[in-house]
Design a protein around this ligand. Structure first.
Ligand code: 9D3
Length: 244
């Protein structure tokens, strides 16, 4: 027995950012908006500058040792995180995630793990990085969304939120007790079609209009494998989830 505890009330998600305005419509529209309105998720966005104390509301400073760019200073970050999540330690209920290029790459397995938490605090990095002491003192884990350069953690936080929210029970045809079958097909979807049957001289493949469900199933499976082999050989080559 045992297993992941079933959540009773809404999942809480708090975002800490110096660009709270980026999250406006994102929280109200589409899947995230539906999840909030259904009461499955409670989201709040916090302006990091609310935890500054100086006249200029500074959140960054020059790096010790020199180098380009600026580093996020520790005081506002640690104070913000502790105010929202409580101090780091066994008493803390929230799981604090720093979106950072140094983090573990997000994938569906990580999303399912995160969706099982009752409270996530997402901290968006900016500038060249974050003072290591703030990470050590207040952050539980670092997460990246992939090996390409963005300007900060805000868009990665939105990717994480959308990926988590759609897994919450009662959001989008998810059973209330999401015994979320950890089922990852590691196969790309093949080509898909809808009406009209012929568009600009291009016909929908005959087999899909044949009504032969077994043939359709076989055709789809072949196209999916073909496409996966061509576009994502990393998914095929037995590199099952690790490395890559
Ligand atoms: C010296 C190299 N730096 C800039 C070219 C490193 C660097 C610092 C800060 C690169 C990106 C960033 C800002 N990015 C994020 O905060 C970030 C991120 C990303 O850039 N890619 C993928 N996932 C993430 S999560 C946070």
């Amino acid at each position: 027995m045992e297993g992941r505890p079933l959540r009773v009330d809404a999942m809480r998600l708090d975002v800490v950012t110096i660009h709270p305005g980026l999250f406006g419509p994102f929280l109200d529209e589409a899947m995230v908006g539906i999840a909030r309105r259904k009461g499955a998720a409670k989201l709040a966005v916090h302006d990091l500058r609310d935890w500054t104390h100086d006249r200029h509301r500074s959140v960054d400073d020059t790096p010790y040792g020199g180098g380009p760019g600026m580093v996020m200073k520790p005081e506002p970050l640690v104070e913000a995180i502790e105010a929202i999540a409580g101090p780091k330690g066994p008493e803390r209920k929230a799981h604090v995630v720093l979106l950072s290029p140094q983090g573990r790459r997000l994938d569906q397995v990580r999303l399912e793990e995160l969706a099982g938490r009752e409270h996530l605090v997402l901290v968006c990095g900016r500038y060249e990085g974050v003072d290591q002491r703030a990470i050590d003192l207040a952050v539980d884990e670092e997460v990246s969304v992939g090996d390409y350069v963005l300007s900060g953690g805000e868009v990665p936080a939105m990717a994480l939120i959308e990926g988590v929210v759609r897994l919450l029970p009662g959001v989008l045809g998810n059973p209330e007790s999401a015994e979320s079958e950890s089922f990852h097909e590691d196969l790309l979807e093949g080509p898909q079609y809808t009406r009209p049957a012929v568009y600009r001289d291009r016909a929908v493949p005959e087999v899909l209009r044949s009504g032969n469900h077994a043939e359709v199933e076989r055709w789809r499976n072949e196209r999916a494998r073909e496409r996966t082999r061509e576009r994502r050989p990393d998914l095929v080559s037995g590199a099952q989830g690790d490395e890559r």
